[in-house]
Design a protein. Structure first.
Lengths: 141, 307
């Protein structure tokens, strides 16, 4: 099951050229672009690992693409996203975030039912991927 | 000749076949930058010739691209060698704007760095540091001043070598993303290239900056004064001609930079002279002009006569 979170996730995967244009848009707005990766696809997982520091003071998308290529070499079979941080007063938050890399196979989520008091049921979603320990969730790497 | 034109007419069938060179030249606006270079940079004949050549090549390359006669982007990495104060940094800024106007770099910013900004202080510090600078320079020009400090032959565990390797790799693989300009004093750069042959072969343009002649230094000083809204009186000008001749023979002479410093000291003396006489009404002319006494008070004259 293809996970959909962040911008553009209902579109086909962006090509490098398209990614580069989006990054250039972010840089033109003065946002700092950051690369993050994870192998826990749950939508409530807000703690993705950072690939290096956020890239401040860049002028051209080529710099971000260079780092992304490096990151893909190491974590090519995980989720990688780019997020653009706006440091201007009043915003000080992420303005744009989109997935740029996903594992070859995404096993999807199962629904778990908890039977609680009074025949009530609580639902929770759990990714099949996280049944295995971190680092082994999508085969090698 | 004949074969050339034949290739030209057949190869350029789908895209533009005829190009108005003058219009193309005006369109990119490099004429303006080159004129500015001529106007604001005094002397430096060989440098200007070389920049003109590069600009022409790039202009033709641009047209060739439109005609589908692609020959691959030319290598644009350069090395500037010359004594201190010969205008290497200034020219690097101009080169960046020429390259930007011709579309060979996308953004046209110049990131000027020295060893400190590229080389780290402990193991594992250098690579991220160098990469961060490279990322900032992407789409523009990376200007490495005194590049030979990157290589310390006396210490084989020096982290400079790591920075050099990363630089070389990016210079080769991302030639269309950034242009690297190395600058430094002639003899030391030769030694640097001697011990890093990879650099020498990846750099297409080696430009040597000559020292300025006396009259050029005088013209530079007048240009600088004009920018600061000062001027020489006739006597002061004559004294300054002598100053230049004397200063050149002394150690640590660094061309235009020495001239700039001398001018700053003269402004100091002029201000002091004006303030010494408080009961005076000053005209704009008084405030603007440097007198011979401001020049002659310099240490250069005393040490020159003393021995």
């Amino acid at each position: 099951m293809r996970i959909t979170q962040g911008c553009f996730s209902f579109l086909p995967d962006l090509t490098d050229e398209q990614i580069s244009k989006q990054v250039q848009y972010c840089l033109a707005n003065g946002w700092a672009v950051n690369i993050e990766f994870t192998d826990d696809p749950h939508p409530r997982n807000s703690f993705w690992e950072m690939w290096g520091l956020p890239m401040f003071d860049l002028r051209d998308a080529a710099g971000v693409l260079m780092e992304l290529t490096e990151c893909r070499k190491v974590y090519g079979n995980s989720y990688i996203r780019l997020s653009a941080f706006d440091s201007s007063h009043g915003w000080e938050s992420v303005r744009l975030s989109f997935i740029v890399n996903r594992p070859k196979e995404e096993p999807g989520f199962r629904l778990e039912r908890h039977e609680v008091e009074g025949r009530n049921i609580r639902y929770t979603t759990k990714s099949y991927a996280v049944d295995r320990p971190e680092g082994q969730r999508y085969g090698a790497s | 000749m004949n074969t050339l034109t034949a290739v030209d007419s057949s190869g350029a069938a789908p895209p533009a076949t005829l190009v108005d060179l003058r219009r193309e030249f005006d369109e990119v606006g490099i004429g303006e930058v080159l004129d500015q270079l001529d106007r604001e940079l005094i002397g430096l004949k060989p440098v200007k010739t070389r920049i003109r050549e590069i600009a022409s090549l790039l202009l033709i390359e641009r047209i060739r691209k439109r005609m589908d006669l692609a020959s691959g982007n030319p290598t644009l990495h350069m090395s500037f060698t010359g004594n201190p104060g010969t205008g290497k940094t200034t020219v690097a800024l101009r080169i960046a704007s020429i390259l930007h106007k011709l579309g060979f770099v996308r953004r046209g910013q110049v990131v000027s760095v020295t060893r400190d900004e590229l080389v780290g202080q402990y193991i594992g510090h250098t690579a991220p540091k160098t990469k961060e600078i490279l990322k900032k320079a992407m789409g523009g020009v990376l200007f490495i001043d005194e590049a030979y400090y990157l290589h310390r032959p006396d210490n084989e565990r020096d982290y400079g070598q790591e920075a050099i390797e990363i630089l070389l790799q990016v210079m080769e693989s991302q030639r269309e993303d950034l242009v690297v300009i190395l600058a430094g004093y002639g003899d030391r750069m030769d030694k640097f290239f001697g011990s890093n042959p990879g650099f020498r072969s990846r750099i297409a343009h080696h430009i040597d900056f000559p020292d300025y002649a006396d009259d050029e230094l005088l013209a530079i000083s007048e240009l600088m004064l004009g920018d600061m809204n000062y001027k020489f009186s006739a006597d002061a000008r004559a004294a300054f001609v002598r100053y230049i001749a004397l200063r050149k023979t002394q150690p640590l002479f660094s061309n235009a930079r020495s001239i700039r410093n001398a001018l700053d000291r003269m402004r100091l003396r002029q201000a002091n002279r004006l303030v010494a006489d408080l009961d005076r009404v000053l005209s704009a002319d008084d405030i603007m002009s440097l007198e011979a006494s401001d020049v002659l008070a310099s240490r250069v004259f005393s040490s020159g006569s003393g021995g």
